[in-house]
Design a protein around this ligand. Structure first.
Ligand code: 6MZ
Length: 363
């Protein structure tokens, strides 16, 4: 795990040295520029009409690097493009190892990666080989001494069928046992404009009863009151985004009450929401609403590659936007340990590490 050095350091450096927990990171959204270059090189031999749209990738990168907002629809176009490039187990292995290493280099001590298992018949990749490749890559990172604890969440894409969701949950149950607890839960994500997640509720309840934890995207866009309420009341174990839960942005007191009654932590991704244009400016981010209430908030990246961010940058952004002290950032990162899906032994290990690091940061 990253070790803090002593002395007076800049706020940026402090955020990097701060031991951190990342709970909302989509594998294929987290691909760095360096890894993307390697992935594109693997496709260079293809005939022109089968080449990935590098121009679209470049345009996106230019816009996001300049700090501009785009749209949520454009984000989903990017994922489509990335999936065309990450289409075999060799690519999945490379991506997983690079992403884990990069989070570790950013001072992340515990990472929950989530990803949607995919079949690609042309390359022979199956959902099972996809999952096994990710698990093997995580193990290899550990064998190589990369100092980070990693857990894996299988994602359901809301675009896909009920049968596909059922299969993912079955796979999660299966690999939870086979992986010795590395697979910890199920995510529900994908384009929030597509489908109605209420049809998935019996399946999600069954998954939870089987011991899987739920990290569900809820209220990422406005006007989803009934769906959001139903997902909150399963209850979900964590909320992805929750941008439109509170009344000030068109949510409702009922949604806030459900979130508070079940004490459900929110995974908050500032840059993602700004670039996706679901929040108009950083200071209007719903972090403030929930943080001011003292409600559990976890700062996360969402898609560090697509949104050109890091977890350190997200902490720094919160610090600057909401005028948080170093001590408050510390408390945010330390409290995040309470909301991880790994077992109590891992929580104890992390808490000890935080205690050891604290004095080095002069807090
Ligand atoms: C909803 C998102 C997302 O699964 O192939 N994903 N779903 N909202 C978001 N906010 C921007 N960002 C990423 O990673 C890419 C997939 O994660 C989900 C989408 O389903 C996307 O296709 P994996 O590793």
């Amino acid at each position: 795990m990253a070790t803090a050095s002593e002395g007076h350091v800049s706020e940026e450096k402090f955020c990097k040295l701060l031991p951190k927990v990342e709970l909302h990171a989509h594998l294929n959204g987290s691909i760095s520029k360096e890894t993307m270059t390697k992935l594109l090189a693997r496709k260079a031999h293809l005939p022109q009409d089968q080449q990935p749209d590098t121009q679209a990738l470049q345009q996106w990168t230019d816009i996001v690097e300049n700090g501009k907002a785009v749209s949520l629809d454009a984000c989903f176009q990017m994922f489509k493009l990335i999936h065309q490039i990450v289409d075999d187990t060799e690519a999945v292995a490379m991506v997983t190892k690079d992403v884990v290493r990069e989070f570790a280099e950013d001072g992340v001590c515990y990472l929950e990666l989530r990803s949607t298992p995919r079949d690609v018949p042309q390359t022979g990749m199956t959902k099972r080989s996809y999952i096994e490749t990710v698990l093997k890559a995580i193990q290899q990172c550990q064998d190589e001494g990369i100092d980070i604890i990693v857990r894996f969440i299988l994602a359901i894409d809301r675009r896909n069928s009920l049968e596909a969701a059922e299969e993912t949950i079955q796979l999660a149950e299966d690999y939870r046992a086979k992986s010795g607890g590395v697979v910890v839960g199920v995510d529900l994500s994908g384009d929030p404009k597509v489908g109605d997640a209420r049809q998935l509720i019996p399946l999600l309840q069954k998954a939870r009863t089987a011991g899987l934890r739920l990290a569900l995207h809820i209220a990422e866009i406005p006007d989803q009151e009934a769906e959001s309420l139903a997902l909150l009341n399963i209850p979900t174990d964590r909320i992805g985004h929750g941008t439109f839960l509170h009344p000030e942005v068109g949510g409702s007191q009922g949604l806030v009450a459900a979130t508070e009654n079940h004490s459900i932590p929110l995974e908050l991704c500032q840059t993602s929401n700004f670039v996706g244009k679901t929040v108009a400016s950083f200071d209007e981010h719903h972090f403030k609403y929930w943080f001011d209430k003292g409600h559990p908030c976890v700062i996360c990246t969402d898609d560090k590659g697509v949104f050109h961010t890091t977890l350190s940058k997200e902490y720094h952004l919160a610090m600057m936007t909401f005028d948080l002290s170093r001590k408050q950032l510390w408390q945010l990162s330390e409290r995040s340990i309470d909301f991880i899906f790994a077992d109590d032994d891992v929580k104890q290990t992390l808490r000890k590490h935080w205690t050891n690091e604290r004095s080095k940061l002069q807090l």
